[in-house]
Design a protein around this ligand. Structure first.
Ligand SMILES: CC(C)(COP(=O)(O)OP(=O)(O)OC[C@H]1O[C@@H](n2cnc3c(N)ncnc32)[C@H](O)[C@@H]1OP(=O)(O)O)[C@@H](O)C(=O)NCCC(=O)NCCS
Length: 137
């Protein structure tokens, strides 16, 4: 079984910073740990920041795969999401998103979550549209 504190395969954040926030008490359960759903939503928003810039417009999330919660987030931790484009289809984009925290009490950096989100470029009617050619400015 994986050691949840083992970050050896990803010892440094990679990708661009797309979201940074502080985990608040309202995002936590009774133990003071942050809800996984809150973290996923920060990752989704962060991934959408990158997807929108690639798609040059509106996008919708269609899938969140390979979610792993590797370490808990605590109230007061600074949460940073890093996103990296994995692949582009006709209308879809797969984006790898890692969330890291800087611990409130110790300043220690730790990877807490990773996942691959799929976004689809959509038009004004909410229907898929082709992702623009990335070579053209
Ligand atoms: C996004 C949406 C318009 C796509 O419509 P659709 O009828 O599935 O369109 P298509 O079948 O043509 O698929 C479009 C692309 O999405 C991809 N796709 C669709 N469902 C997918 C899934 N579950 N996982 C990965 N990719 C998926 C397809 O492979 C296709 O990729 P490509 O164009 O790069 O080849 C529609 O699924 C939708 O509105 N979903 C709800 C989105 C939403 O509300 N998100 C917020 C959730 S709270």
């Amino acid at each position: 079984m994986d050691n949840p504190e083992d970050n050896s395969s990803k010892s440094l954040p990679h990708g661009e910073i797309v979201m940074r926030t502080i985990a608040m008490p309202s995002d936590s359960n009774g133990n003071g740990d942050i809800f996984g759903g809150w973290l996923m939503s920060q990752m989704d928003i962060g991934g959408a920041v990158l997807a929108r810039s690639i798609a040059r417009g509106r996008v919708a999330t269609v899938a969140a795969d390979s979610m792993s919660f590797v370490s808990p987030v605590a109230v007061g931790d600074v949460v940073t999401c890093y996103a990296r484009l994995v692949s582009i289809g006709r209308s879809s984009m797969k984006i790898d998103i890692d969330a890291w925290v800087q611990r409130f009490k110790t300043n220690e950096l730790r990877r807490v979550t990773e996942g691959v989100f799929t976004y689809v470029a959509i038009d004004e009617n909410g229907r898929p549209r082709p992702v623009p050619d990335q070579k053209q400015g």
